[in-house]
Design a protein around this ligand. Sequence first.
Ligand SMILES: Nc1ncnc2c1ncn2[C@@H]1O[C@H](COP(=O)(O)OP(=O)(O)OP(=O)(O)O)[C@@H](O)[C@H]1O
Length: 346
Amino acid sequence: MSLDAHIRVDRGTFTLDATVQAAPGQVLGVIGPNGAGKTTLLRALAGLTPLSGGRIELDGRRLDDVPVEKRRVGVVFQDYLLFPHLSALDNVAYGLRARGRRKAAARDAAREWLDRVGLSEHAGKRPGQLSGGQAQRVALARALVIEPDLLLLDEPLSALDAGTRLRLRTDLRTHLTSYGGPSLVITHDPVEAMILADRLVVLEGGRIVQKGTAAEVTRRPATDYVARLVGLNLYRGDAADGRVTLEGGGTFVISDRALDGAVHVAVRPSEIALYRDEPTGGSPRNTWRGQIVGIEALGDRIRVAVDGEPPALVDLTPDAVADLDLTAGADVWLSAKASALTAYGS
Ligand SMILES: Nc1ncnc2c1ncn2[C@@H]1O[C@H](COP(=O)(O)OP(=O)(O)OP(=O)(O)O)[C@@H](O)[C@H]1O
């Protein structure tokens, strides 16, 4: 099955208007900030929220005019929505029972799926007796047991603690790969999106602002949100003769002299250096003045936010921060080689 959908949902002041496609076996990752419309998109695809316009097609057949209970769509909700009074087995069997499968047959299929997700020993437990990771796997088995034409997962790992999340991420990827139909995974976590999904769509304010493979999105983020998400500084400007005049003030020298007109310039925070005094010499570089407005630990690095023209996020080692005696309010010089800037037409 392949998915081809144009979804429009009007909700007061908010409108979702998005086109999504996924080939058989393809996992589409949906990322975007809070309130972007990710859950609305998933609910519309599942038939839980009516469309205000558009259509949903699976292999060219309309899905949106099929009654919800007849749609073969598997959904894993963020908080799983397992029935608390039913055993894990009956939770998984439920979807088949609701579709008219006899009890014994439904339970047999459910048992097989619990086995596949490694939970055969927990079949008799109720959701309250399961760990978060086990509950997540019950929810996945419940979605897959109906052999869905389309699989939808809303933040499937977000309810789990960090350790469990790491373990289940790999398992989930395996299940998604062997599923064979189109699937759509909503996530806040860019790393999770990159691991689970083959392609990404970025939703902002109800619109898709970017589509592509993880590499494409990382290399050429289309908006400030995407750039921040993937850890890049992104600037808009106007290019001419190897110089970019930035929208918010400041200029950059870039290596691509052929670029002309509206461009984006992306710079990794690790490619920018900070100095207390104006740096001199070296290869073609951009230097500008700024003032430190924030210092934050980020794993084994320190991310320094600098206000200037342009402002920038800069990643340094803790040693460098100490050596330079960097504190909020300090005046600094920033420097980035022209070759470290990725400029592209926008
Ligand atoms: N039942 C509703 N009635 C009216 N507006 C709603 C309703 N549910 C959501 N919205 C609005 O629709 C917009 C999109 O919400 P949605 O939950 O789809 O975003 P999201 O991207 O999933 O966000 P989050 O990451 O916070 O879950 C928001 O502006 C929200 O206020």
